[in-house]
Write a protein that binds this ligand. Structure first.
Ligand SMILES: Nc1nc2c(ncn2[C@@H]2O[C@H](COP(=O)(O)OP(=O)(O)OP(=O)(O)O)[C@@H](O)[C@H]2O)c(=O)[nH]1
Ligand SMILES: C[C@H](OP(=O)(O)O)C(=O)O
Length: 237
């Protein structure tokens, strides 16, 4: 299945500004994207990155601005691009860009064919198995809710389904699916629900992650600390 992966390349992950500087946020966003792309491919999907600008800038940012990045991350990312990763550049807002890309998929162009999935780039815990559950679920619209009311991924088999992100978007998307008469299903997956937005979310990646994003955080000095009954994320100097 064709899988669109929205990616904010300009100034990503602003809600992590209290723990990561701008170069680190770009680098960490790229590393999460690489984990997601790898899982999509392993789940049998064909990823198409929907980015706000060409990705070569981000490779440069990763290489030059991030002291924590290492050669293996860089070569994996470069490898993804070299192997023909499709990158759609659209600098419009997330909702507009995703709706346009999904509509293109239903036009039956050479690049895409329906059904189509959309999987966010900030899901470093997404495994091939959790994505397979999404891609293989029955339903004209299949939603994967995020913690906090967002919509971390979906599959659409209905050309008239449209998204409206931000706020409690999962409620809006359920409503949109019902309003067009589509059969609706949801995938209840902790891994797909765990988008990384703020400092608390880093705990999930440190505890449950196994790949690049997890390694990147460790190399950047993040670790889990327990203080009394509280479990927090701390960063060593
Ligand atoms: N193409 C595209 N992708 C976006 C845009 N905004 C966010 N994304 C992507 O959509 C997913 C969810 O993003 P959010 O968590 O809402 O935003 P973010 O920019 O990653 O982080 P914040 O700045 O902290 O809100 C991530 O994969 C982002 O990379 C956008 O305007 N265009
Ligand atoms: C894109 C947005 O993500 P959040 O801001 O909830 O992480 C949403 O899922 O509606």
């Amino acid at each position: 299945m064709d899988v669109i992966v929205p990616f904010a390349a300009h100034d990503p992950k602003t809600r992590l500004s209290d723990v990561l500087d701008p170069g680190e946020r770009r680098a960490f966003a790229r590393v999460m994207l690489a984990d997601v792309l790898e899982s999509i491919v392993a789940a049998g999907g064909t990823p198409h990155v929907l980015a706000t600008r060409p990705l070569d800038h981000d490779l440069e940012a990763l290489r030059d601005a991030d002291p924590n990045s290492n050669r293996s991350f860089q070569s994996d990312l470069a490898g993804s691009l070299d192997s023909g990763l499709d990158v759609i550049v659209d600098d419009r807002d997330l909702t507009t860009a995703v709706n346009a890309a999904v509509a293109t998929a239903f036009e039956g162009t050479d690049a895409f064919e329906p059904p189509v999935a959309v999987v966010m780039a900030d899901l470093p815990l997404a495994t091939p198995a959790s994505l397979r559950r999404l891609l293989e679920a029955d339903g004209e619209v299949v939603l994967a809710p995020g913690r906090g009311g967002g919509t971390n991924a979906f599959v659409s088999r209905d050309p008239s389904f449209r998204v409206d992100y931000h706020g409690v978007s999962i409620r809006d998307h359920r409503r949109n699916a019902r309003s067009i008469g589509a059969t609706l299903a949801e995938v209840d997956s902790r891994r797909l629900a765990s988008d990384v937005d703020d400092r608390e979310d880093l705990l999930e990646v440190l505890v449950h992650g196994e790949r690049r994003a997890h390694e990147w955080l460790l190399e950047a000095g993040f670790e889990v600390a327990t203080d009394g009954g509280d479990t927090t994320v701390v960063r060593s100097e």
